[in-house]
Design a protein around this ligand. Structure first.
Ligand code: OOG
Ligand code: NI
Length: 268
């Protein structure tokens, strides 16, 4: 476990930008508009399998140890995912969104592949200080990747990339010169970034107290056991939060929007 929250986020960020070259470019673009002030992250997201060695709870333990608390649970029936989000009492720290794939709901063939992958992990690996930026812990053939991908984009992505931040998210509320998510999207499009358009460029809105958009994941060459292939890696998200009737800024997630954000790593 990490004892220092800032070094954990630094390490996660370094691992993420190494396979997400767009992240640096997005930062440069927004910082330029913002006259150099720092970009604040709304949240960081992780993916995992709901197996003993890799469960959501075990990933969450790293954050609970640093003072995070569970604040919301979500169910994605079609994608066969559970998710939860965590908040820190220091509200300048990003929220954490962790999802897990309900492996037992997949076909026997996919379950067999995933069980074989996770069997290669050390039993205690999930407790390692570097686990949240440790990547893939198993050998994987291109055929196994493609078999998983055919059934679940999430399973394919996770098999190929392992444990690491899937995305960071710019907090639009913390931008000083850019007032809305629409403006962010316009800047992104002008700079040539492809937006995730599933369900529209903006998911949600003021009526659900959260508006979100994302760019499609970068593509990186992955070395499988047998050959190399270019596949989607990680992406950047943008979130604008709105006040609730009680005057407080909404801090949760919106399942219907999240469902579409997942598709930012779709290979097909
Ligand atoms: C998580 C997608 C959901 C959000 O902000 O709604 C999400 C993922 O792609 O792993 O991050
Ligand atoms: Ni997100």
């Amino acid at each position: 476990m990490h004892t220092d929250i800032n070094s954990l986020f630094d390490n996660m960020w370094q691992d993420y930008v190494a396979i997400t070259p767009s992240a640096h470019k997005v930062h440069a673009l927004l910082k330029d508009e913002e006259n150099g002030s720092e970009i604040v992250n709304d949240h960081v997201a992780f993916r995992t399998f709901n197996l003993e060695k890799t469960s959501l709870d075990k990933l969450a333990a790293h954050f609970l140890a640093l003072g995070y608390e569970e604040k919301g649970t979500y169910d994605f029936e079609a994608k066969k995912l559970n998710a939860r989000h965590f908040e820190h009492s220091d509200t300048t720290q990003p929220k954490i969104f962790i999802s897990e794939l309900r492996v037992q709901e997949l076909t026997e063939q996919s379950q067999a592949i995933i069980n074989k992958l996770v069997a290669q992990m050390d039993a205690e690996a999930v407790k390692n200080e570097n686990f949240l930026y440790s990547g893939r812990h198993w050998a994987l053939t291109k055929e196994e990747y493609e078999t998983l991908l055919e059934e679940s984009e999430y399973a394919g992505w996770l098999a190929a990339w392992g444990f690491r931040a899937n995305h960071f998210t710019v907090s639009v509320n913390h931008l000083h010169h850019i007032d809305s998510l629409e403006e962010v999207n316009t800047l992104l499009k002008e700079a040539g970034f492809p937006l995730n358009t599933v369900g529209g460029e903006i998911k949600g809105g003021e009526e659900v107290h959260l508006a979100q958009s994302s760019i499609m994941a970068d593509r990186q060459i992955v070395k499988f056991d047998d050959e190399e292939k270019e596949i989607p890696s990680c992406f950047y998200e943008f979130a604008q939060r709105f006040s609730m009737p009680n005057g407080k800024l909404y801090q949760g997630f919106v399942a219907e929007s999240a469902d579409k954000i997942f598709e930012s790593t779709n290979a097909k």
